[in-house]
Write a protein of this length. Structure first.
Length: 364
């Protein structure tokens, strides 16, 4: 018993020592990052990360360097994009050529330490970190609050009764955790086209943790009918994102679609997707595989009774168009796994513009 207690005490002491060493190494990393920042970055970006636009040096640059003390700017970008710029220069992602490349003069560890220090210049805050800004899936709701325009087009093939659906969505951040949503859709079928719903809404980040690579969000939208054939709808959802490792990310969501004029017409939608992030360079192709389960509130009865869960699979690819990836496509095909009379297949094309990262025609 005494031996066990001694061993337990020894393990506990070793644990505290390991934590202390880890804390010291992390502090040393930030100290090293501060030294490198002072030697290489202060002249342009300022000692506190805030450049002086009136200084002779900045005026001669012809462009105002990034302000790392701006909390929103500092938080919305992940270190992976900054690392590309620090290593390969500003022009590598379509920024100013004045920003030099430090890949030849600094080690990867030095660059990582410097970026970790730069992240502290934004101060303490409650903004979700940009590393949690994962790719926008086709069916799964995204958790991270965004500033972006999204144009969505869906083609449904169903034994000649085909249809096109276009959706335009405007998303804008409000404060630290909120995002507003304005969405309108239009359907063209059988030679006739009409607007379906206007769907205003919001989402709120319930929890975010950069170290764990996770984010959880609550959202809600209202479906306002734009023609006499549509009903009012209420659309709440939960969404999450998780960075599994350097190459794989997962996102999942659950949404309820309440028809406020026909309670039997509602449906629950559950979706999840994995993306393979095989490179940090945004202008690339990132494959993903999405699984969707739809649960109708009323499945009917008799010979027309539907399956309780209607499954579909949706292989897709995120295609970065601009150097920064702030303009991108997401293309995919949805195939029903059961209840195949719903549709034969669906094709999707999303055009995404993250306008917070630059103009539509920048960085091409």
């Amino acid at each position: 018993m005494v031996t066990r207690l001694r061993l337990s005490s020894l393990c506990t002491a070793m644990g505290f020592m390991a934590l202390a060493v880890t804390a010291q190494s992390q502090a040393a990393d930030l100290d090293r990052g501060a030294e490198i920042f002072a030697a290489n970055c202060v002249a342009c970006h300022g000692a506190a990360g805030s450049p002086d636009p009136d200084s002779p040096l900045v005026k001669n640059l012809g462009v105002v360097p990034a302000d790392f003390s701006d909390t929103l700017f500092n938080s919305r970008e992940g270190e992976s994009e900054w690392k590309l710029v620090a290593t390969h220069g500003g022009a590598s992602l379509g920024f100013s050529e004045v920003m030099p490349a430090f890949g030849g003069s600094l080690s990867e560890e030095d660059i990582d330490n410097t970026l970790a220090y730069i992240k502290t210049l934004g101060g303490e805050h409650d903004y979700p970190d940009g590393s949690l800004n994962l790719f926008l899936p086709i069916r799964t709701k995204k958790a991270f609050p965004e500033d972006e325009w999204v144009w969505q087009q869906r083609y449904t093939d169903q034994e000649g009764d085909n249809a096109w659906k276009n959706t335009l969505e405007y998303e804008f951040r409000i404060g630290r955790r909120w995002q507003g949503i304005l969405e309108v859709n239009h359907t063209y079928k059988g030679g006739d086209g009409e607007f379906g719903h206007f769907e205003p809404g919001f989402k709120y980040v319930l929890s975010h943790n950069k170290q764990k690579g996770s984010i959880y969000t609550l959202g809600v939208q209202a479906g306002v009918p734009l023609n006499s054939g549509e009903n009012w709808e209420f659309l709440p959802y939960l969404a999450m994102g998780k960075i599994i490792n350097d190459e794989w990310i997962f996102q999942g969501s659950g949404r309820l679609k309440f028809d406020l004029e026909d309670s039997d017409a509602g449906i629950a939608e559950f979706a999840g997707i994995v993306h393979w992030v095989h490179t940090p360079w945004p202008r690339n192709v990132f494959p993903g595989l999405e699984l969707v389960a739809e649960v109708p509130f009323d499945t009917g009865s008799g010979p027309d009774k539907e399956d309780a869960i209607q499954w579909s699979i949706l292989p897709q690819a995120r295609i970065g168009l601009s150097k920064r990836g702030h303009v991108a496509l997401n293309v995919g095909v949805e195939l029903p796994l059961n209840e195949r009379d719903r549709y034969d297949w669906r094709a999707y094309v999303y055009l995404i513009w993250d306008f917070a990262d630059g103009g539509f025609f920048e960085a091409w």
